[in-house]
Write a protein that binds this ligand. Structure first.
Ligand SMILES: [Zn+2]
Length: 155
């Protein structure tokens, strides 16, 4: 059941960033596919989490992303219960369609030619994903570049 409540939070994710673009709408809810190689997420190497662009649910983590060479952001595993699949026999092929388990937005397809340990390749449309990099953690040994923002306090 699609629920577009803007406040919805998935496991670890909280709500969409903003209105979808027309291209995102066409992929997520029109079952579209972006041009291969068009997504900046193909080259995204930072640590972080990939959320559904439509509802904000947490779908993938950077730890399972890999370079498949397909031209689409690829992962070998999804977060548990975050991505649902169904049989897709369109375009004269039988494929496994992948969609957000929370809002049913179309994400891409799942193939079985991925790397270990799963052997799966989640071939995703970058436009269906909202990458949120992990916050840069302050190193415990640091302090040299520490900036004091507490100057509003009267001491
Ligand atoms: Zn979603």
């Amino acid at each position: 059941m699609a629920d577009h409540a803007s406040e919805s939070c998935g496991a670890g994710g909280c709500g969409p960033r903003g209105p979808l673009t027309l291209e995102q709408e066409q992929i997520l809810f029109g079952h579209g596919t972006e041009y291969p190689g068009s997504s900046p997420l193909n080259h995204e190497k930072r640590e972080g989490a990939y959320h559904c662009a439509a509802c904000g649910a947490l779908l993938f983590r950077s730890a399972t992303k890999y370079e498949s060479g397909s031209g689409w952001p690829s992962f070998w595993a999804a977060e548990p219960d975050a991505v649902a699949t169904r049989r897709d026999s369109s375009h004269g092929m039988v494929r496994t369609e992948a969609h957000c388990a929370q809002c049913e937005g179309h994400l891409g397809h799942v193939f079985t030619d991925g790397p270990p340990p799963t052997g799966l390749r989640y071939c995703m449309n970058g436009l269906a994903l909202d990458f949120r990099p992990d916050p840069q953690r302050a190193t415990s040994a640091g302090g040299a570049s520490y900036v004091d923002h507490s100057s509003g306090w009267a001491s």
